[in-house]
Design a binder for this molecule. Structure first.
Ligand SMILES: CC(C)(COP(=O)(O)OP(=O)(O)OC[C@H]1O[C@@H](n2cnc3c(N)ncnc32)[C@H](O)[C@@H]1OP(=O)(O)O)[C@@H](O)C(=O)NCCC(=O)NCCS
Length: 190
């Protein structure tokens, strides 16, 4: 069994060249509502578009409860010197017995194509493989979302399989592109 105690003792902050990844707090609700209520962001995300800021507050509460239970570790993505959450990135479905977790992310559309999420995902993957001791990180992508698939390939993930109509996403059944990276492939993270 993977011992994650050291990771979940206190919320870990990750700094990269341009970004500060920190705990999602209730004060992030308005900024994150803009992200989760934007249909452009939510196409292929696999969860419902937020209808009101109450939906976003519920999600923030869920992450806050899941952290001490070692079930999820989700960072707010911010730029150095600006606390505004541009999006989130992190792990859910953390399965300590199998040394495995799933990664997820989403970014405000105004910040797309500036290399922000690949910078965040690279740091989160390194943290997962090197600090958490994960052996395998998985990602599930809707084939209607090539941006996410391209990002994963770019940071070193391998596409492994397509599972048919595995998700019901905002009214339609969609295939699942299964991507993963292994601890033995950490040198591929670039
Ligand atoms: C996927 C997403 C997080 C990408 O964030 P981003 O910060 O714009 O991505 P980056 O600028 O770091 O781009 C990294 C790579 O991803 C790919 N990519 C990003 N946006 C793309 C797009 N619109 N179309 C095709 N490829 C794209 C490219 O390969 C890019 O590398 P390049 O710029 O060298 O060509 C963002 O589009 C998003 O939030 N989408 C909606 C939510 C989502 O899809 N979440 C994941 C669910 S599995």
């Amino acid at each position: 069994m993977l011992d994650l105690t050291h990771v979940f003792n206190a919320f870990p902050i990750i700094e990269t060249e341009r970004l500060r990844l920190c705990e999602i707090v209730p004060a992030d609700a308005d900024a994150l509502f803009k992200v989760f209520s934007d249909p452009k962001v939510m196409v292929g995300h696999g969860t419902p578009v937020h209808q009101s800021v109450a939906d976003t507050r519920r999600l923030i509460d869920w992450y806050a409860r899941a952290f001490p239970e070692k079930r999820a570790l989700r960072w707010a993505v911010t730029r150095h010197g600006d606390d505004t959450a541009l999006g989130t990135c992190g792990y859910h479905d953390i399965t300590a017995y199998h040394h495995r977790a799933e990664i997820g992310y989403e970014l405000a559309s105004a910040a797309w194509r500036q290399g922000i999420m690949s910078e965040a995902v690279r740091a989160v993957v390194r943290f997962g493989l090197e600090e958490m001791g994960l052996h395998r990180i998985e990602a599930n992508v809707d084939p209607a979302n090539p941006a996410s698939a391209n990002l994963l390939r770019k940071v070193g993930f391998t596409e492994e399989a397509t599972l048919r109509e595995r998700f019901f996403d905002n009214g339609r059944f969609v295939n699942d592109w299964f991507f993963a990276i292994l601890a033995t492939e950490v040198d591929k993270v670039r």
